[in-house]
Design a protein around this ligand. Sequence first.
Ligand SMILES: Nc1nc2c(ncn2[C@@H]2O[C@H](COP(=O)(O)OP(=O)(O)OP(=O)(O)O)[C@@H](O)[C@H]2O)c(=O)[nH]1
Ligand SMILES: [Mg+2]
Length: 614
Amino acid sequence: MILGTAGHIDHGKTALVRALTGVDTDRLPEEKRRGITIDLGFAPLEIEGVDTIGIVDVPGHEGFIRTMLAGASGIDLAMLVIAADEGVMPQTREHLDILSLLRIPAGLIALTKCDLVDADWRALVEEDVRTLCAGTLFEGSDVIPVSAITGENLDALRESIRRLAVKVKRNRADDLFRMPVDRAFSVKGTGTVVTGTIWSGSVTRDTTLRTLPSGKTVRVRAIQSHGKPVDIAFPGTRTALALVGCDLEDVERGTTIVSMDQWAPTREIDVALTLTDHDFNPTPRTRVRVHLGTSEIGARLSRLRSAGDGGLQSRLVLDEPVVARGRDRFVIRVPSPARTVGGGEVLDPFPARGKLRQPVSASAVSDLDARLTRMLESAGIHGLDIDPLPVRTGWRADEVDEALVRLNATIVSGKAFGSGVMDTVEHLVTGFVAIEMANHPLEAGVSLQTLRSSVKAPVQVIDLVISRLSKGGGIEVEGSLVRPHGWSSRLNEREQALSDAILHAICIRPVEPPDIDELEAKFGISTRPLLRRLERQGEVERVAEDRYYSRAALEQMVGSLRTSLEAGRRYTPSEMKEVLGLSRKYLIPFLEFCDRRGVTERSEAGRVLRPGGG
Ligand SMILES: Nc1nc2c(ncn2[C@@H]2O[C@H](COP(=O)(O)OP(=O)(O)OP(=O)(O)O)[C@@H](O)[C@H]2O)c(=O)[nH]1
Ligand SMILES: [Mg+2]
C-alpha cells in the first residue's frame, strides 16, 4: 500500500511525514540548505491493523512537478497537505488536478500548521477546502487539522489513514511483473540498485528480468521491501532491487523493470483523453510532455477526435519509446506557460499501424469485453495475437482468457478470431467451392491446396472451417479434395461421347497410348478433366506426367514383366528393352511406374523383380 503526499510548497508535507514516521525524507544536502524538497522521499509508516504503508513524499515546488508526477503515479492513497495559515494555493490545485487525472482511488486532507491559526480562521480555510474538493476524489474525504510541531491530531490522522488503507484493493501477485524505477544508485559491494513501487506481479530473488526501454537482461541479486531484506516482494510495496547485468545509465528514473513476458517499449499509443485547461486547444502539431509511470516523454497528439460522449481520443506519437499497458493513467503538460492541461488512460499501447478506428465510448473504455470485441473486429481475418493481450488491454491473462470464451472467440495457434470472422470464412469457403465446382463440373472436388491459397484467411482457420463444415454436412472431404455435400459429376450426352472416344483412343494403342497433347489436339481442352474422371472410375491410370494407360493394358504389361524376368536377376534398361519390346520413350516411364508400384526395385546395377511386390 502506497500513500503519496501532495500540496503546495512549504505547506508542511515533509514535516508531517517526519512527525508520522520519524523519518526525515529530505536527505539531499541541497534540500537541507534550501529547506525544500527536491527529489522524492520515502518512509515506511506502521499503523496497527494494516500492512506497512510506503509513503512517497513529493516536492511542492512548481519547478519539480515532473518529480511529483513520478511519485504520484502508482500510489493507492493521496494525502493532500494544505497549510492552514496560507490555505489553497496554485500547486494545491495543480496537484489535485494531477491526482484526479491519475484516478487515484482515495485520499484524505491534512490541514497542517494548525498551531499558527485560530479556530475561526481554521473553519474558513476548511470551508474553502471543501469547495475546492467538490466533485473530485477528495469530495467527502476527512479534513484533519494537524500540527507537525505540536503533534496535535496526529492520532486522528493515523486513524483516518488506517480506515482508507483497509479498503485498498491489492493488485494480484500472479500478474505480469512491472516496477517503474523512481531511483537508481550504486552501492559499494552490491552494485546497481533500483527502487520503485511494484505495480503488478511479484519478484523473487535470482529471477531474470528486463530493463526497458534500455533492453538489458538482469538478475535480481537481492530484494528489500520497505527497507527490509525479503525473498519475495509483492505489488503495492516500496521495493529495492539489487541488479546484476546493467549499469546505472540503463536504469535511470523512467526505466521500467519488467518480467521477460510480453512487455515491449512502444512509441505510439491510443488513448482516451481528458483536457482540463480550456485555453489548451491542441492541433496535431502541438507538442506536449507525457508523464506515464516514472517516465516523461515529448509527444504529439495525433488523430485527435471526439469520442461522442464528451471525451476525446488520440494517438500519442512519442519522441522516445516508453513502457505502457492498457488502462495505465497518464498526465500531459505543456511548457509555456508550464502547466498541466489534461491526461487520460491508455486504450492500446500497440495499436494497429495506420488504422483509424472508431472512437471507443466512455463505458467501453473500462470494459474488457468491449475492448476485446473491438480488437477482434479490427484484427478480422488475420486473427488477434493472444500473448500480448494482457499488456495491450491491462487485464490479467486469466481474465483475458475468460473474456475470449465469453465472446465466443475461436482460438487457433495462439490467435483469437471473432465469431463473425469464422462465419465470414465459412461463407468464403462454401462460396469458393460452389463456384469452382460450377466452373469445373467434371472434377471430383476442389483441391485443399487451391482452397487454402485462394481463400484470404490463415490456413489454420480455413482448415478449422472445413472440418466444421464437413461435420455439419455442408461439404464433404475426400483425401485432398473438398466438394459440396453429395456432389457427383454427371456427364451430358456430348461429354459422355467424348469420354468414350478418349478411352477408345487409349485402348486401341494399349502399350504405346497417345499422350495428353495428342489427345487434346484430337478432342479439345476438356480432355484432362475427362481423363481424371476416367481415372477415378478405374478405367485408366496415369503412368507418366503426360500419359494415361488403360487399366487392363497396364495389368497385362505388368503380368508379362513378372513372367519374363528371372527372379533375383538384375536387368539394365537395354536388357529390359529387349524383354518388353518397348521403345525407350515408353519404356522408362513404364519402368519408373513399376518402381513406384513396388513391382520392381531400382539400384545402380539395374532393376530386379520384388518378390511378391506390386
Ligand atoms: N508552525 C508549524 N510549522 C510547520 C508545520 N509543518 C511544517 N512547518 C514548517 O513549514 C516549513 C516547510 O515545511 P516542509 O515540511 O519542508 O514543507 P513541504 O511541504 O515539505 O515543502 P516542499 O517539500 O518544498 O514542497 C518548515 O520550516 C517547517 O518547519 C506545522 O505544523 N506547524
Ligand atoms: Mg517537502
